[in-house]
Design a protein around this ligand. Structure first.
Ligand code: GDP
Length: 480
């Protein structure tokens, strides 16, 4: 971090390594224009002024290197808060390297990873959480992760943390005032008011910590576990969904068949499909290991697609299969949290005992489902995976589920560092609350409140240390 604290002029290529149509090379620091003047020539009719672009030529020892556009931003109205110059040149690696070299030969220094953003942070342009959002924005791969990063960058999330911290700081100052007057045994605020305030902060923090789980799922793919007996058509269904959406992002092969994952982007939402082995009671040790792995996937799932085979089945046999699965869920407490559970009755093209289900619409299926397993019914859908019939309805159900989560991008935490700091703050707040209840001395409670405010401050960078800054900015790419 020591290298970051200079005020010199820094330079870097900001576009990816390789040949593109154009490339951008940036400089930041008070000397930027002076350095530029050493090798940039433009018409006498144009002037380099704040937030304008000037067309001109780059020369190296009298030799023309390229035609370029130069944008200039005057301090403090730039990304870094310093004078900045951005040169858009043709994408040749040779041209990029020569311009960078000219900058360095004329007084600039090569920027370290993340140094531009670090300067933006140091100059108060971005707080720490916003700086991290820049990195998330650059790497966002789908609409939801982009929404989250943009919202964090715009500071909405930071302002919420800041207001919680401000409340803690105010509380702390009252406690410290009491300590100053400890001889006189005065109380500057009622204990129940303190408690009420801490409880409010605690519940806000809890909801942010809770959002982490959901935020991660949105960013990395909402886990959808497909279960069902062998040969019911799980793989066929998966292929059909992949085929329909033509948007396979990747295949992640695991060590065994039951950990294969397919990531599909459906209408901007990323789903991570996990195909598993079936669930049934058995004494076979090896089989039981497979079943335990399946249960693990069920525990981690947000959505369960339970595929059953309609061949030779009727409503009663399907009901039995669903009930059997339900008994597994209830035996394992950790799986019973709110999950979307969709029963997919497959192979309706071969079903002879299923009445009207061939033409089944979602509405009818819902009613059927209620009649099968009562009010805690899963959604029930009838399909033919082989013919890709009605499978679009599954995609729609998955997207509807995400929308129904009422997810507000402003309040989703995706950063592990942030959630750790929030958890620490929560522990300290609970300890302070207990301290008030048990009537322990004010100075000990003040330590907890201070700890909580410190943890929240570290998220937005009101409290920081070199090690932390190093680890955050060191992970940026050079030129950002
Ligand atoms: P998995 O073991 O659950 O993954 O089952 P598969 O997807 O491998 O399918 C097993 C067999 O059922 C294959 O021969 C599929 O062609 C067939 N199958 C899958 N879905 C359907 C369907 O909707 N209708 C019919 N008739 N056959 C299907």
């Amino acid at each position: 971090m020591n290298n970051y604290i200079n005020n010199d002029t820094i330079a870097a290529i900001s576009t990816p390594v390789g040949v593109g149509a154009i490339a951008v090379i940036r400089m930041s620091g008070a000397g930027s224009v002076k350095v530029l003047d050493c090798f940039f020539r433009h018409s006498a009719n144009t002037v380099i002024s704040h937030r304008t672009c000037v067309y001109g030529h780059i020369y190296d020892n009298g030799e023309l290197i390229d035609d370029v556009m130069v944008a200039y931003y005057k301090s403090p109205e730039s990304y870094t808060g310093e004078d900045m110059v951005e040169i858009s040149c043709h994408g040749s690696v040779y041209i990029q390297q020569t311009i960078l070299d000219l900058m360095v030969r004329n007084g600039a220094r090569l920027a370290l990873p993340g140094e531009f953003t670090f300067r933006a942070y140091r100059n108060g342009k971005l707080d720490l959480a916003q700086s991290e959002a820049v990195s998330e924005l650059i790497t966002s791969e789908n609409k939801k992760s982009h929404d989250i990063a943009i919202s964090q960058l715009k500071g909405r999330y930071s302002s919420r943390i800041k207001s919680l911290r401000d409340k803690l700081v105010e509380l702390l100052s009252l406690l410290e005032l009491e300590l100053d007057f400890s001889e006189e045994d005065v109380e500057f605020a009622k204990r129940d008011e303190f408690m009420a305030l801490l409880n409010t902060i605690e519940s806000e923090l809890k909801s942010l910590v809770y959002s982490f789980d959901l935020g991660n799922a949105l960013r990395n793919g909402i886990p959808v576990t497909i279960i069902g007996k062998p040969n019911v058509g799980k793989s066929t269904l998966l292929n059909c969904l992949l085929e329909e959406d033509k948007a396979i992002v990747s295949d992640i092969p695991g060590t065994t068949r039951d950990t294969i994952e397919d990531v599909i982007n459906i209408s901007g939402y990323v789903f991570r499909f996990i195909d598993t082995a079936g669930l049934h009671k058995t004494d076979d040790i090896v089989e039981n290991m497979g079943i335990e792995r399946t249960m693990e996937k069920v525990r981690n799932a947000k959505i369960i697609l339970h595929v059953v085979d309609a061949t030779n089945a009727d409503m009663d046999s399907i009901k039995r299969e669903i009930t059997e699965f339900q008994s597994y869920l209830h035996e394992d407490a950790s799986t019973s949290s709110s999950k979307k559970w969709i029963v997919v009755v497959n192979k309706i093209d071969k079903a002879e005992n299923m009445g009207n289900c061939r033409q089944c619409t979602n509405d009818i299926c819902d009613k059927d489902a209620k009649s099968i397993v009562g009010d805690s019914a899963p959604d029930l859908i009838f399909i033919s995976a082989k013919k890709c019939e009605n499978t679009r309805a599954i995609s729609d159900m998955l997207c509807d589920y995400v929308k129904s989560q009422d997810i507000d991008s402003r309040t989703i935490v995706t950063n592990v560092r942030h959630v750790e700091a929030m958890r620490e703050a929560l522990v300290a707040i609970r300890s302070a609350c207990k301290g008030f209840e048990d009537g322990i001395p004010t100075d000990l409670i003040a330590i907890d409140v201070h700890h909580a405010s410190y943890s929240l401050g570290s998220i937005i960078g009101e409290i920081s240390n070199n090690e932390l800054l190093d680890s955050i900015f060191g992970h940026f790419c050079i030129g950002k």
